[in-house]
Design a protein around this ligand. Structure first.
Ligand code: PBG
Length: 329
């Protein structure tokens, strides 16, 4: 009770504030998404993601060494697939010599201790831009999950430490875990995109990988039959608890900032680590506002990352990872 308690005492100086700070950001918090393309010497900026790049394998190896030296020890790989290799079933995703499989090996060769996680979903390989097989205007579930399991196995064989299914099909975690166990990949982990919302914040990412759903008759225009309705909260718990039961080592909430209520609830409901993906649209918004001089880039970035961690994230996938680490070190 005032005046016995004066809360401002604990805010009076920088020294006392740092002593009582509850949430501290470090390089260990981050998972760095990387966009891989075919070719040599390629480092092209993504138009809607200033200062973020698609890179060919030779550039990726340089990048991971730089990340490692900064204390960033985990990457999440995505590939941009040439149109001619896309079909409805993601056939190219299973190619043992495909871009993803080569990327995993290149990263491990360049930096053996770097933790490599891989995106598992059909969309970069789908001529329709969907995370599953399209049939008669619908996305097939069980046919898709068997391909996702094969894809995960292929990544594990190439050397991936974790697979990260981002597709939101039902039952895929169980199917992936079962196949990995059957094939002896006991130590390959699964980071499940458990509560992934059908969000308009993924726009810049779809530009980066050219992976947006195509506008064709009999192809769903959005991902709302598999990604979650952003109006829903209980559904996120249901999805996440099921993924844990099915064998997920890490669960994830995506996007980040608009969903911190969900992050906290999931954090309180599970005993596995919770990851948050601060997505491309969140990155683009801050870059655009800062470019116009409307927001202080570094201050807002740190505030947002800290809020994500405070909400309960033990892992943050973020395009700001390098910027943050430079700022705090
Ligand atoms: C694809 C996938 C998406 C993202 C990660 N994996 C896009 C989508 O679901 O359409 C989005 C990441 C971002 O926006 O940064 N399965």
């Amino acid at each position: 009770m005032y005046p016995l308690r004066r809360n401002r005492r604990l805010r009076a100086t920088e020294s006392i504030r740092s002593l009582v700070k509850e949430t501290i950001i470090s390089p260990n918090d981050f998972l760095v998404p990387l966009f891989v393309v075919e070719g040599k010497g390629i480092k092209e900026e993504i138009a809607s993601m200033p200062n973020y790049y698609r890179m060919s394998l030779d550039q990726i190896t340089k990048e991971v060494k730089e990340l490692w030296n900064m204390g960033l020890k985990s990457v999440l790989l995505f590939v941009k697939v040439p149109d001619k290799l896309k079909d409805n079933k993601g056939t190219e995703a299973l190619n043992p010599n495909g871009l993803m499989q080569r990327a995993i090996k290149s990263v491990k060769d360049a930096c053996p201790q770097m933790l490599v996680m891989t995106d598992v979903a059909l969309d970069p390989f789908s001529k329709y831009g969907h995370d599953g097989i399209v049939f008669n205007g619908k996305i097939l579930n069980d046919e898709t999950t068997s391909i996702l399991a094969e894809m995960s196995l292929s990544h594990a064989k190439a050397g991936a430490d974790f697979v990260a299914p981002s597709d939101m099909m039902d039952g895929r975690i169980f199917e992936i875990r079962t196949l990995l166990e059957d094939e002896g990949f006991f130590n390959t982990g699964i980071m499940s995109y458990s509560a992934k919302y059908a969000s308009a914040f993924y726009g810049p990412f779809r530009d980066a990988l050219d992976s947006a759903p195509v506008d064709l008759k009999d192809v769903p225009k959005d991902k709302k039959t598999y990604q979650m309705d952003y109006a829903n909260r209980e559904e996120a718990l249901r999805e996440t608890l099921m993924d844990v039961e099915e064998g997920a080592d890490i669960v994830m909430v995506k996007p980040g900032l608009c969903y911190l209520d969900i992050v906290r609830e999931i954090k309180d409901a599970v005993t596995v680590p919770v990851a948050v993906y601060q997505v491309s649209g969140e990155y683009a918004m801050l870059k655009a506002a800062a470019e116009r001089g409307w927001l202080d880039h570094d201050a807002v970035m740190l505030e947002q990352i800290t809020a994500i961690k405070r909400a309960g994230a033990s892992i943050i996938a973020s395009y700001f990872a390098k910027d943050v680490v430079k700022l705090i070190s």
